[in-house]
Design a protein around this ligand. Structure first.
Ligand SMILES: [Zn+2]
Length: 300
C-alpha cells in the first residue's frame, strides 16, 4: 500500500512537471503579445469601401450541448458582388468533431451532433471560395481545411496575420497540422493594425492575442450592418455582454491564455457590440449568430 502511494505521488509529480514544462513557456510567450487595437473610427473608415461584401451566412459543421448553451463549430461564408466567397474558420469533418467532443462529453456535455463538413455542405459552391482565414489555429477551427482545398478545381489562398504565421505554441501546433496537410497556398498579411485582405475589399483583420498568440478578429459590413467575428476570446456572446471570464482551470491548464488580455479584449469587444448596427459574434455561439440575423447556409 505504501509503495503504491509512493508510485502515485511520483506519477502526480511527473505529470505536474510535464504540465509546467508546456504551460510556463507558452504563458510567458502569450503575455508578451499585446498588439495595438484600433479605434472605432479607424475600423469604420476601413469598412466604408466600394465593392465590399453583399451577403454572409454561417455553415455549422457540428454542435454539442454544454452548460450553458451549445458549442457550435461553424465557418462564416462571405460573398462579394462577383460571386467570389471568403471563409472564416473551417469547422471540422464529422469524425474529427466526434473525436473533439468526446473528452468534453466526459466533463458532462451532451453527444456531438454532426452536420457534414463545410466541403460536403457547400457541394459545387466550394469552388466559389477563393480565400480562407482563421480566427486562430486550434484544430476545431482548422480541420475542415484539407477537404475544402482538395475538393476545389483551383485551391483557395489561406491568409494569415504575421502573429498567426510566426507565433505558435503547443496548442496551435496541433491546429497547424491541418494547414500543412492542405494543398491551399498561404499568404501573409501586412503588419498594419487594421489589416486588409488583398482581393477582398471591405474585409478586415485585427490581431488580438489573449487566447492564442495568433488570435485574429475579422470585421466586415453588409448593407450598413457591421459584423465582427471575435473567435474564442470568449466561448459565447453572453460572456462579452456580461463580462464573464472563462473558468480558471481552462485558462491555466487547457489553453494557456493571457487572462489580463482576454479581460481587456472582452471590454473592448463589448464597446464595439454596443454600437448601433454592430454585432460581435464569438466563433462557437451559433445561437447568437442566428439571433443576430445571420442566415444559415443549410437553410438557403
Ligand atoms: Zn474553438
Amino acid at each position: 500500500m505504501r509503495k503504491f502511494l509512493l508510485y502515485l505521488l511520483g506519477f502526480c509529480i511527473a505529470a505536474f512537471v510535464v504540465l509546467l514544462a508546456l504551460t510556463v513557456p507558452a504563458r510567458w510567450q502569450i503575455q508578451h503579445i499585446t498588439p495595438e487595437l484600433p479605434a472605432w473610427e479607424a475600423l469604420d473608415a476601413a469598412l466604408n469601401v466600394a465593392g465590399g461584401p453583399i451577403s454572409l451566412a454561417y455553415v455549422n459543421t457540428a454542435s454539442q450541448a454544454m452548460f450553458p448553451g451549445e458549442l457550435g463549430h461553424p465557418g462564416i461564408l462571405v460573398e462579394w458582388p462577383d460571386g467570389r466567397r471568403f471563409l472564416i474558420d473551417t469547422g471540422m469533418p464529422p469524425e474529427n468533431a466526434r473525436e473533439f467532443g468526446a473528452p468534453i462529453e466526459l466533463l458532462g456535455a451532451g453527444p456531438t451532433a454532426t452536420f457534414g463538413s463545410v466541403a460536403t455542405q457547400l457541394g459545387p459552391a466550394v469552388d466559389s471560395v477563393r480565400g480562407i482565414a482563421f480566427t486562430h489555429l486550434h484544430s476545431d477551427h482548422t480541420e475542415g481545411l484539407p477537404e475544402i482545398c482538395a475538393a476545389q478545381q483551383k485551391a483557395a489562398t489561406v491568409y494569415q496575420a504575421p502573429l498567426q504565421q510566426h507565433e505558435l505554441n503547443y496548442t496551435t501546433d496541433i491546429g497547424m497540422k491541418a494547414l500543412d496537410a492542405a494543398v491551399c497556398p498561404r499568404q501573409g498579411l501586412a503588419e498594419d493594425v487594421v489589416k486588409t485582405i488583398p482581393g477582398f475589399p471591405g474585409l478586415l483583420a485585427v490581431s488580438l492575442g489573449g487566447h492564442t498568440p495568433g488570435s485574429t478578429m475579422y470585421a466586415l459590413r453588409v448593407a450598413g450592418k457591421t459584423w465582427i467575428f471575435s473567435g474564442d476570446i470568449t466561448n459565447d456572446k453572453r460572456s462579452i455582454v456580461e463580462d464573464l471570464p472563462k473558468q480558471w482551470w481552462y485558462s491555466a491548464l487547457v489553453v494557456p491564455e493571457d487572462t489580463d488580455r482576454t479581460a481587456l479584449l472582452r471590454r473592448w469587444l463589448r464597446q464595439l457590440d454596443q454600437r448601433n448596427d454592430v454585432s460581435v459574434l464569438p466563433a462557437h455561439d451559433v445561437a447568437a449568430m442566428a439571433s443576430a440575423g445571420l442566415a444559415s447556409w443549410a437553410s438557403e
